[in-house]
Design a protein. Structure first.
Length: 483
């Protein structure tokens, strides 16, 4: 729910702190309750639990330079462990309802771009190195300074863009929208359903879930998102039992044969910090680390700002409370992800589902983290939620975040154009980083051509320059003859 929503729609200020836990997490001070925090923690977990399936699939399907593949059971354990530990640390240390887990996109870079050039140990070492460098940027204050240098309208545009992005993720992951194969010979990149029309029981579950979620939200039912997720999961399980369904995608909603599964910690500590330098050139290593840092840096920036804005936690200057601690923990998560071979862990935009349930503090993270910890042993039980049941939450939260668009001054082109590019590029390129980069570059350019370059903070100049390098990485590699 947006910080800009009507006052009567916001959770009212709670009573004085009831106990030390309330005081520590500022639950009452932020107008929340223990019930809202618990519901939010559950909602966040169920909207991002797919990472327990998807991360092992992405990393486990790739081979390193020597033909070695990572064990899927060990990957599930590593993914759940890092998510549990770092989410709890963020809750206690950062006091934001911001969960962390292996980053999508980053894991694909590791699997399909980095691992083929070196061993898995060396590839994960680069992730650890990237995380350590991010921590250095935080300690020196540079990462926080960049976030504070961003104009408030651009921060609002980032939140709106993320809203559209996660709604699009919901539609795509549920199968409501699919990519049209290139062989189709059409210029239309996506279509309705798998063949231009909606078909199949899984899609029906998603559609009913969206209708149920928006109906509950419209009636301001407490726990609307979580109620929808649980209800549609039950419906999906029943449908899966009585109907002949070829595939639900990554997760099949069926009662598991086994409830308990033993975790395998074999991948923990399996990394080589500087091994990559013996496999590829120094320039290649630098470019790979630069790409990882830039993506992690600005994905996190957009996520933290978007979630904080959605929770109404930004101050009058648009700053995130305790930002330095939040960013340091996020950097440490990258280190933890690499050290456990789970790929770089980062803040999850799906945390917006928890915020939509009323979560306003890090207490919700204790719930989410505990569920990930349980997933170490109860993975068969806790991963039965199909994406078709969880995706409606992403669509609903996308709407809630979209409402901030009305606070952008669309009559001022120096703000409106960068804001538009930020909002549009995120879903169209399936990347938060790309959207932020497009907005930064456009903002600096327009301010310059209008003769107002001095109004641009020097850190934004630097960030825009880095994004130019990021967007032009391929020709740069060709010029430098990097293989």
């Amino acid at each position: 729910m947006s910080e800009t929503q009507k006052v009567e729609d916001r959770p009212g200020a709670g009573p004085p702190p009831a106990n030390s836990v309330d005081r520590f997490f500022k639950i009452s001070a932020r107008g929340s309750t223990f019930g809202r925090e618990v519901r939010g923690g559950f909602a966040t977990f169920f909207t991002m639990a797919y990472i327990l399936v998807l991360n092992p699939i992405i990393l486990g399907s790739a081979e390193d330079k020597f033909g070695r593949q990572l064990d899927s059971v060990q990957l599930v354990t590593a993914t759940a462990l890092v998510a549990a530990v770092m989410t709890i640390i963020m809750g206690v240390g950062g006091n934001l309802p911001l969960a962390l887990a292996a980053g999508l996109g980053l894991n694909a870079v590791v699997a399909f771009q980095i691992a083929p050039l070196m061993s898995w140990d060396d590839a994960m070492g680069l992730i650890v190195l990237e995380g350590l460098l991010i921590c250095v940027l935080v300690v020196t204050g540079l990462r926080e300074a960049v976030m504070h240098a961003i104009p408030q309208p651009l921060k609002q545009a980032i939140s709106v863009g993320i809203g559209l992005f996660i709604a699009f993720i919901g539609f795509v992951d549920a199968g409501f929208v699919t990519r049209i194969p290139d062989v189709a010979g059409t210029t239309v990149p996506v279509q309705l359903g798998a063949a231009g029309a909606l078909a199949g029981w899984p899609i029906l579950v998603f559609c009913l879930g969206v209708l149920l979620t928006v109906a509950l939200l419209a009636r301001k039912v407490r726990g609307a998102i979580l109620i929808s997720i649980v209800t549609m999961t039950v419906v999906a399980i029943v449908i899966n039992e009585v109907a002949d369904i070829k595939s639900w995608g990554l997760t099949t909603p069926s009662v598991p044969d086994d409830v308990v599964a033993s975790p395998d910690f074999g991948l923990l500590g399996d990394f080589s910090l500087f091994g990559a330098f013996g496999q590829v050139s120094v320039i290649t290593v630098v470019l790979l680390v630069f790409t990882l840092i830039l993506s992690d840096f600005f994905d996190t920036m957009g996520t933290v700002v978007g979630i904080s804005a959605e929770a109404g936690l930004l101050d009058e200057e648009g700053k995130v409370p305790g930002l330095g601690r939040v960013l340091l923990i996020d950097g440490a998560a990258a280190v933890a992800g690499g050290a456990s071979s789970a790929s770089s862990a980062t803040s999850y935009i799906e945390s917006a589902a928890g915020v939509g349930e009323g979560a306003r503090t890090g207490f919700a993270n204790l719930v989410t983290g505990a569920l990930f910890a349980f997933a170490l042993f109860l993975t068969p039980l806790l991963t039965i939620v199909p994406m078709q049941a969880a995706a409606p939450a992403l669509v609903a939260v996308g709407f809630l975040m979209m409402t901030q668009v009305k606070h952008i001054d669309w009559d001022r082109y120096e703000i409106a154009i960068p804001a538009f590019l930020t909002i549009a590029v995120m879903p169209f390129t399936y990347s938060i980083t790309n959207g932020i980069g497009a907005g930064f570059v456009a903002y600096v350019l327009i301010k310059t051509v209008l003769g107002r370059a001095k109004e641009v903070h020097w850190l934004l100049w630097g960030a825009a320059a880095l994004f130019l390098v990021y967007f032009a990485i391929d020709p740069i590699e060709q010029i430098l003859d990097v293989k």
